[in-house]
Design a protein around this ligand. Structure first.
Ligand code: IPM
Ligand code: MG
Length: 371
């Protein structure tokens, strides 16, 4: 298969982790005889620095005319600490999601058996956890009308949803549940918010077309508690934009590191794959960022194009790296490896799975000659 992939590596650790995802994709292309063509575009703070715009027109055009977008991370502390900044890196990402119509953000959360003891949560709580979060991505409070009074003392953000916005992601979430453990939990705040009541109504109606899926509801505050108390109760979680943002960061502690969580953002014509972590500016250039979330995002890209064996080749390599503790300092305090070395191991394992122990030795003595 030939795929054109736009690479928007962005800010902070974005470029270093995205480079590892590309190495994994190149290894897959080599083994499975595919052709992946990568074209880079600017986004985020780096794009503001160079063009004044967090999403320059050329970048948007590149993304519209490509098969898939591989996204790194955006954000820079110089904007975080300046609430009056007229342009912000995040605007680039939000506009990209909106312009590409990426309404469904899928965030898988899993307790890897080899990492269970790395999580701050107890083994018996997280064992068996395997959740797929379906976060609505182009509506709600993120995109509602924003206002600030003339004197600057009153501000508001409107949370608005239409039936159609709820329906389209709900169908995807129900279909996903049908292929999994057939349970869907709608997370909302229907005891307070009108928009949440519309979600409940629409999702309840849609559920009648998926009678094999059990639907239940949780208020978001309770869901936040359940995520820590008993996460293995969840199968598919469906939720609106901001609740999904918060719940998915919370869920990331289950896996032991936010550096493991990948995501896919899907629309009717475009798709984008990105780690859920941010730009981690303190780590930039130090080689300590975990590349696995970016690499697993590449696996989600392959899966999206139905390249299932290829996606599993990446996942097997990641599992091998975790099993052998070929990991960055977030997961490995005694003998951590660099972002690049972890990426090398994973790409190499994809190319020669039977050779992994040898490469493991090489990596530890710093002599890896891998691709
Ligand atoms: C995410 C991020 C973004 C979001 C930020 C960077 C705008 O936190 O993808 O979860 O809030 O959606
Ligand atoms: Mg977030």
């Amino acid at each position: 298969m030939k795929l054109d992939i736009a690479v928007l590596s962005g800010d902070g650790i974005g470029p270093e982790v995205t480079a590892q995802a590309i190495k994994a994709l190149e290894a897959v292309a080599h083994n499975f005889d595919h052709s992946f063509i990568f074209k880079e575009g600017l986004v985020g703070a780096i794009a503001i620095d160079q063009t004044g715009n967090p999403l320059p027109d050329e970048t948007l055009e590149l993304c519209v005319n490509t098969d898939a977008v591989l996204f790194g991370a955006i954000g820079d502390p110089k904007y975080d600490n300046d609430p009056s900044a007229p342009v912000r890196p995040e605007q680039g990402l939000l506009r990209l999601r909106k312009e590409l119509g990426l309404y469904a953000n899928i965030r898988p959360v899993k307790a890897y058996p080899t990492l269970i003891d790395k999580s701050p949560l107890k083994r018996e709580i997280i064992e068996g956890t395997d959740i797929s979060i379906y976060r609505e991505l182009t509506g709600g409070i993120y995109f509602g009308k924003k206002e600030i009074s003339d004197d600057g003392n009153v501000a508001s953000d409107l949370c608005e949803y239409s039936r159609e916005e709820i329906e389209r992601i709900s169908h995807l979430a129900f279909k996903a549940a049908q292929k999994r453990r057939k349970k869907l939990t709608l997370v909302d705040k229907a005891n307070v918010l009108e928009s949440s009541r519309l979600w409940r109504k629409v999702v309840t109606e849609i559920a009648t077309s998926y009678s094999d899926v059990t639907l239940d509801f949780l208020f978001v505050d309770n869901a936040a508690m359940q995520m820590i108390l008993n996460p293995s109760q969840f199968d598919v979680i469906l939720t609106e934009n901001m609740f999904g943002d918060i719940i998915s960061d919370e869920a990331s502690v289950i896996g032991g590191s936010i550096g493991l969580l990948a995501s896919a953002s899907i629309g009717n014509t475009c798709c984008m794959f990105e780690p859920i972590h941010g730009s981690y500016p303190q780590a930039t250039g130090k080689g300590i960022a975990n590349p696995i979330a970016a690499i697993l995002s590449a696996a989600m890209l392959l899966e999206h194009f139905n390249l299932i064996g290829e996606a599993n080749a990446i996942r097997d390599a990641v599992e091998k790296a975790l099993e052998l503790n070929i990991t960055t300092p977030d997961l490995n305090t005694n003998n951590p490896l660099s972002t690049e070395k972890v990426g090398d191991f994973i790409a190499d394992y994809i190319l020669n799975p039977e050779d992994s122990n040898l490469n493991f030795e090489n990596i530890h003595v710093g002599q890896s000659t891998i691709i």
